[in-house]
Design a protein around this ligand. Structure first.
Ligand code: ZN
Length: 302
């Protein structure tokens, strides 16, 4: 298990008092934690990562590997998919961290600051300007990866999709068993009375949206920096991964948590890793494909 260096956060303290060994272990593994919060890698992970970069090999899907993965898919009884931002970029949704780069700055603060709970509380106006500008893509459509995964679910093979994305594209493609680790922009709720709002209802409101019932500020149902992830969601993802015989990990660098922590729950036979860039877990993969996830999955699932 990686020796993760944990920041001093309230969630860690609560983990100590948590009787459930699962919750404690998870908090320690995942560092609790906030939206795509980078964590320091253990020494062994760093070495693996550096080796992966040095190898710099390109593993596009060749005929032999394609047949081997199709055989795994055919024979698997319980598959789980764990996905990150790379799944959505092929639908034209950029990773928000890369959209306001050095030469394109429209905001006085980096995305990680604007998308924090304390910033939302202090300056909801700027938060919502950024939210509508960088986080919401209502016209985005599912791509080949979303469609292939939905097809695998329909076939009874894929039992769960655990995603770090907040765009709802898996459900739009027809998937039902989706765990949204970081929430969804399609849902909002009143911070005072809890009344739920849809994205369309939120959009109708000018500036900082306020609740029709009580006047409280409405917030998107997404996990902000400084906030813990939903423990029930994390637990369900970890349990499904621990039961899986095949885990497909796609579109994530596995450098940030919780994805990197969740993968440690996998004890099955086949770990299929699909990502354009090297990850610290490349050496663990049964099959490693360094290519676009949409192209890859659509070739495998026909
Ligand atoms: Zn309210």
């Amino acid at each position: 298990m990686p020796d993760i260096i944990i920041a001093s956060m309230p969630a860690v303290a609560s983990a100590r008092s948590e009787r459930s060994s699962f919750a404690s272990r998870f908090l320690i593994r995942c560092a609790a934690f906030s939206l795509r919060r980078p964590c320091k890698l253990a020494k062994t992970d760093k070495m693996v990562y550096i080796k992966s970069i040095l190898k710099a090999e390109v593993f596009t899907l060749d005929k032999e590997q394609l047949l081997a993965i199709q055989k795994i898919f055919n024979e698997s009884k319980y598959m789980v998919f764990l996905g990150g931002a790379g799944v959505s970029t092929e639908s034209g949704i950029p990773d928000f961290r890369s959209t306001d780069g050095l030469y394109n700055q429209k905001y006085d603060y980096p995305p990680e600051v604007i998308l924090s709970k304390s910033f939302f509380d202090a300056d909801p106006e700027t938060f919502y300007r950024f939210f509508w500008d960088k986080m919401v893509y209502p016209d985005a459509k599912p791509n080949a990866a979303h469609r292939a995964l939905a097809e695998l679910e329909r076939a009874g093979k894929l039992k769960l999709i655990a995603t770090q994305n907040i765009d709802g594209l898996h459900q739009m493609a027809g998937a039902h068993n989706v765990l949204e680790l970081h929430g969804s922009v399609w849902r909002s709720y009143c911070t005072r009375c809890g009344k739920p709002y849809t994205l369309a209802q939120l959009k109708q409101k000018e500036g900082v949206p306020h609740c029709d019932e009580c006047g409280g500020i409405i917030r998107p149902d997404v996990v902000l920096y400084e906030e813990p992830l939903n423990m029930g969601v994390l637990r369900a993802a970890a349990e499904a991964i621990s039961r899986a015989d095949t885990l497909i990990v796609g579109g994530t660098s596995l450098l940030v948590y919780p994805a990197a922590g969740l993968i440690d729950y996998f004890g099955g036979e086949n770990l299929i890793l699909i990502n354009r860039d090297a990850t610290p877990r490349d050496s663990m993969a049964t099959h490693l494909v360094k290519d676009n996830i949409g192209d890859t999955l659509s070739q495998i699932v026909k």
